[in-house]
Design a binder for this molecule. Structure first.
Ligand code: HEC
Length: 101
């Protein structure tokens, strides 16, 4: 019985994680593509390096940097607002997606 409970708990946890897993591509389309388009151009609202070609690690470092104030250029306020509500999972999902562009 105990084993069954543990098994059920494990299945349940994975199920829930999968159901709530962040889709980086969707998030990007909704929240980022307005400015960054498909990632091949610099943002028309001014500045920002082209995202395509950067590794997931670089993007994650930069997005986290916008959150904690350790990264950014002249227009960083725009991005600070953008990422302020993101969780670490959101940022990871976005970074993985952008890294795969
Ligand atoms: C309102 C327009 C706008 C939106 C929407 C936007 N960005 Fe940006 N992004 C910018 C601007 C402007 C910069 C340059 C900021 C600076 O000076 O540091 C930038 C910079 C960045 C950079 C740093 C690029 C580099 O190499 O220096 C990353 C990464 C980035 N954005 C990712 C995202 C992601 C992911 C989203 C969606 C969650 C997003 N942006 C949404 C305008 C936008």
């Amino acid at each position: 019985m105990k084993k069954l409970l543990i098994a059920l708990t494990v299945v349940f946890c994975f199920g829930v994680t999968a159901a709530f897993a962040v889709d980086g591509g969707e998030l990007y389309k909704k929240r980022c593509a307005n400015c960054h388009r498909d990632g091949t151009e610099s943002s028309p609202s001014g500045g920002g390096a082209v995202l395509k070609g950067q590794s997931a690690k670089e993007i994650e470092m930069k997005l986290t940097g916008y959150q904690n104030g350790t990264y950014g250029g002249a227009k960083k306020k725009t991005m600070e607002r953008m990422v302020s509500k993101f969780t670490a999972d959101d940022i990871k999902a976005l970074a993985d997606y952008i890294g795969s562009l």
